[in-house]
Ligand binder design. Structure first.
Ligand code: FES
Length: 109
């Protein structure tokens, strides 16, 4: 799979084989200065910033239910499709485009 930074549309960077992220799980990767969490939901891959906006919890280690991941520290919830924080609706984490093993994901927070 390849992931692109959220600030522009490229370039895409290969981070792993897409089959390394099983259904309902996450993989965590570092691209430059960005730590990202990649989730697979219903066969599709979604990538968001790994760091919770509350107190820097590791979202890639959170519990995934449908398209929502809960931070393992204090349970703030995020939609992995666009990075929106569902616990503090004025907050969001960055959302990254993904190619390979899923669909290209154009949404931005
Ligand atoms: S650090 Fe994520 S909810 Fe507190």
């Amino acid at each position: 799979m390849k992931v692109a930074a959220p600030k522009d549309d490229g370039p895409f960077v290969k981070v792993a084989r897409s089959d390394q992220v099983p259904e309902g799980k996450a993989g965590t990767y570092v691209i430059g200065e960005d730590a990202i969490a990649v989730f697979r939901v219903k066969g599709k891959l979604f990538a968001i910033d790994q760091t919770c906006v509350h107190e820097d919890g590791p979202l890639g280690e959170g519990k995934l239910e449908g398209h929502v991941v809960s931070c393992p520290y204090h349970d703030w919830r995020y939609d992995v499709r666009d990075g929106r924080c569902l616990s503090a609706t004025d907050r969001a984490v960055a959302c990254f485009a993904v190619k390979g093993g899923g669909r290209r994901h154009p949404h931005r927070p």
